[in-house]
Design a protein around this ligand. Sequence first.
Ligand SMILES: C[C@@H](N)C(=O)N[C@H](C)C(=O)O
Ligand SMILES: [Zn+2]
Length: 223
Amino acid sequence: GVLAPARAPERSDRAPAGFVALRDVAPGIEQDIRYAGDRNFVGEPIDGYEEAECLLAEETARALERVRRDLAREDGSGLRVFDCYRPQRAVDHFLRWADDPSATERRAEFYPRVPKERLFDEGYLAEHSGHSRGGTVDLTLLDPEGREVDMGTGFDFFDPASHPGSPEPDEGPRRARERLREAMAAHGFSPIDTEWWHFSHDGEPYADRRFDFPVSREELRTG
Ligand SMILES: C[C@@H](N)C(=O)N[C@H](C)C(=O)O
Ligand SMILES: [Zn+2]
C-alpha cells in the first residue's frame, strides 16, 4: 500500500491579504531587524530576510501601535522591534545551524551557558514559531532619549538570565522587564517564560498557519 504523507501544518508561500509593514501602521516604532544582517546568534543573514523590514498581521501591528502610544504618553518611552514575521525558511536555517556542532562563532555573545544543541529543547528556539504566523514580535523598550533600556540581558541572549522572571538581573532591569510585560499585556500580548523580548498577540488571526513568503514589502498585497 501507499503511505499517506505525514500531516504538516498548512504552509503558504503567499502573504495573506491581512499582512502589513509595521512602518506604515506605526512609523514611530524603531526597527533593528537582526536576522536581515549578521548581528545575530547565527552570525550571518538568515534565509528569507530580503529586507530589514517588520511585517506583521494587521491586527498585531495596530495593537503594537497602541502599546507605543501608551508608553509615549506615560513618559516618552518608546519601542524597538528586533524580529516580526519570520518565514519558515528562516526557522529551517536556524535548525540547520543547530545541527552543525562546529558553527559556534557567536557563542560568547549569545549562548555562553546553554549548549547550542539544547536551544530548541530549552525553549529558546522553536521549530514552528509564532513568528511564522505574523502575530509575534521580539522587542525592547527605549528610554525617552531613544536609548535601549537595560533589560539585564541583550536580545537573543539564550540563557536562564533572560527568563522574564529570572532573579539574576538587578532591580532596574527586573522592573523594566515588568514594565514591558505590562504595557504589552494591556493590548493583548502574552509573554513566554524563556525570553523577556518575545510576545505573541492573543488575537492573532492565523493561529494554525505557517507562512513562508520572504520578508519584503513587495510580497504584501496592496489594495
Ligand atoms: C529566536 C528567538 N528570537 C525567538 O523568537 N524564539 C522563540 C522561541 C521562537 O523561535 O518562536
Ligand atoms: Zn521571538
